[in-house]
Ligand binder design. Structure first.
Ligand SMILES: C[S@@+](CC[C@H](N)C(=O)[O-])C[C@H]1O[C@@H](n2cnc3c(N)ncnc32)[C@H](O)[C@@H]1O
Length: 312
């Protein structure tokens, strides 16, 4: 799996689509950090508050984890705050496709005094294999999957992924899962098509990345950012819509791509959940929900699951 091969596969046949993890190069990771500061994108602030509550509850109820891993930590801010609240300094494993994200999160953790930090630059799947290998024999492991990253998977892939997480863990290990909930369409549209145009820049950055890394000749202004709520599928959809009929040359992927006016590249799905449904799906993968924290106003939930039986 490489950017080049995913571009060739995703833009080599119609309908055009690109996997969302390619947003996150250095610029994309910083644009995502900027999105988290936008007043219309409430996920980050809501999850930070819920993590604070979760850490307090976890210190009262269970022994501290002997190993902590986060899949897709981004800039590492949430993990650092959570571990400070939790107390102790377990070995930490960071898994992220973005070099920028790993560097930022490792630096933040080190500054906060968390010294035993290892990193996997790669996909979540690569990280899970490493978690299974490095999880200590004594004590429990805790995996964090925050930011509603799970929402980027189509439901069958989400089910497979959750089973893979379960397979990497032992009974009694924890999964702290953040999920954005179904909410009014107008709130979702503002979160994914903000008036400052930061999300549009984040979306278009995948085209800028094709120019930078694959020598493409995309005129960034010739693609419009589109964010729509697909009520039938229960997901926000982001795409890049060609404003004109054009052919884009991508030498690094050995590809010329023709666009009709209005033709689009599907760049990201973000599924929104109903808490009870998500719980059923995660439990079907071999977990049991232990604690649930929800911010009704922001429409966000954080649930602590424990690995129990083998996946069904
Ligand atoms: C939406 S950001 C969320 C960051 C952070 N968890 C938060 O909640 O603010 C997604 C992060 O996961 C990483 N990422 C996305 N897809 C990935 C994948 N398939 N494998 C590994 N990392 C991925 C991105 O590089 C980015 O740092």
């Amino acid at each position: 799996m490489s950017f080049e091969s995913d571009v060739r596969r995703g833009l080599g046949t119609k309908p055009y689509r690109l996997p969302p993890h390619w947003f996150y190069d250095e610029l994309g990771s910083r644009l995502f950090d900027a999105i988290c500061l936008l007043p219309w994108y409430r996920i980050t602030r809501a999850e930070r508050r819920l993590l604070h509550r979760a850490a307090r509850a976890m210190t009262q109820a269970t022994p501290r984890p002997a190993f902590v891993a986060e899949l897709g930590p981004g800039n590492g801010e949430k993990l650092t705050l959570f571990l400070e609240d939790l107390g102790g300094a377990p070995p930490i494993l960071l898994v992220d496709i973005s070099h920028e994200a790993l560097a930022a999160s490792a630096a933040r953790l080190a500054k906060a005094g968390f010294g035993r930090v290892a990193a996997v630059r790669g996909t979540y799947e690569a990280g899970l294999a490493r978690i299974a290998r490095e999880r200590p024999r004594r004590g429990s492991a805790l995996v964090l999957f925050l930011g509603s990253n799970v929402g980027n998977f189509e439901p069958p892939r989400a089910a497979r992924f959750l089973r893979d997480v379960r397979s990497a863990l032992e009974p009694g290990d924890g999964l702290l899962l953040g999920a954005d909930l179904v909410k009014p369409e107008k709130d979702l549209l503002l979160a994914y098509d903000d008036p400052l145009g930061v999300t549009a820049a984040f979306n278009r950055n995948v085209l800028a990345r094709m120019n930078r890394e694959l020598g493409a000749d995309v005129d960034l202004t010739s693609f419009a950012h589109r964010a729509v709520w697909n009520a039938g599928e229960g997901r926000m959809e982001m795409s890049l819509v060609s404003r004109l009929a054009q052919t884009v040359r991508i030498p690094g992927a050995r590809l010329d791509v023709r666009f009709r006016k209005g033709e689009s590249i599907f760049t990201e799905a973000s599924y929104k959940y109903v808490s009870a449904d998500l719980r059923v799906r995660v439990e079907a993968a071999g977990f049991a929900a232990r604690r649930h924290f929800e911010d009704r106003a922001a429409g966000y939930a954080l649930t602590l699951f424990t690995a129990v039986n083998r996946p069904r």
